[in-house]
Design a protein around this ligand. Sequence first.
Ligand code: ZN
Length: 445
Amino acid sequence: MSRGEYWNEEIERMAAEPRRRLENARLQEQIAYNCAHSAYYAAKLDAAGLRPGDIRAVEDLARVPFMEKSELAASQADGTLLGINQCAPIERVVRIQATGGTTGQPLRVGWSRRDTEDYGEMGARALWAMGCRPGDIVFTTMNFSLYAGGLSDHLTFETVGAASIPYGVGQSERLLRMMAAIRDPLAIWATPSYAVRLAEVAREIGIDPRSVGIAKGFFSGEAGMQVPGYREAIETTWGMRAQDMYGTGELALHSGECAHRTGLHYGGTGFAVIELIDPDSGAVLPFRDGTVGEAVYTSIRRQCCPLQRMRSHDLFQVWTERCRCGRTTFRFKVLGRTDDMMIVKGVNVFPLGIQATLMTLAPRLTGEFQVTLHRPPPIDYAVPIKVEVARDVPAAQHADLARDVVDALKKGQNFTAEVTLVPQGSIGSDKKVKRLIRAYRTDAP
Ligand SMILES: [Zn+2]
């Protein structure tokens, strides 16, 4: 079957009106279902003086209290398998995975068979937009052990029909030798920092990354692809086309960018609605071109562990004008975690902004960095930042380079930095890189 440009054309090109009708109808059903199967959700509505029938449209959600991941975590702390938002009996559950909890404890999430199919549908829309097709030979290099972003996302490549190879994390040398031994063009699904690291390993063992033959890169797990220069560096190094995607363990891999690279196309239409809120006041923000706000998720078709106004603490910037690809769903960029944002002398600083500034000093810098705050706000001191210096920069030039970094951050990001240059490869790793460490917190890693 030929699908053309879209995985699901009817949904992805739906006009705003019918989309709203679909969302509102499913929302009404979902809220009634949540309240009938979860005392926690019933109590949430009760607390606001609402009955399930009062929620008739997405706009009505503004009256429903938020849920926090910490509430779910607390409800699992006594040994309860899935906790307060479990709405389907265990006999209907076919998969249990975990997401990162706020306290570092993994949060268990269950899926019914239909939920897993819906997960695959959302992911397939994203991957198709990114150019993934049957015939692609995709090495998937995420952690399959427990987290939804591993196995479940891997299975979305199967849903699309790609020839998917579940490689997992680690053993980079073996991976490179295996890839280099295959004559056909390949694809990889990885974090951006792993692509950088893997190129390092390739050079260490005498393999030119471009000779490996990776034509397509599908990237997730970090926002690095949206940093100017970072993507280009990966594409040049490998000779690949690198596309960005996004998901969250509680919902799914749900969004990917199209060939026009105008942001991530939301692929969760019909399964979840996203509201944007002011992270401080909780007020709902108008969904307009350019709006920045924290994403709040509400499931509208979910059997096992539905989300009902779950705060993500992720900051999105959204665009609502139709993309040239013809998709009508909104597009977004992830600016970072609301708690990864730091305010230095009244200026909001995002990790992505820092990375963008550092990339202006490529190829002397790799773009990898880590900020460590030793004292709680206010940040009225030079911000300690470790910055990776490229291997071929002679040590004699490091002092000058460190001064250039301080100047660039002052000019580009409006803060004074205390820069420590660290060797290439010492920050980027197989795992998600933590960009901002609040060392003063007792729960800091
Ligand atoms: Zn597009």
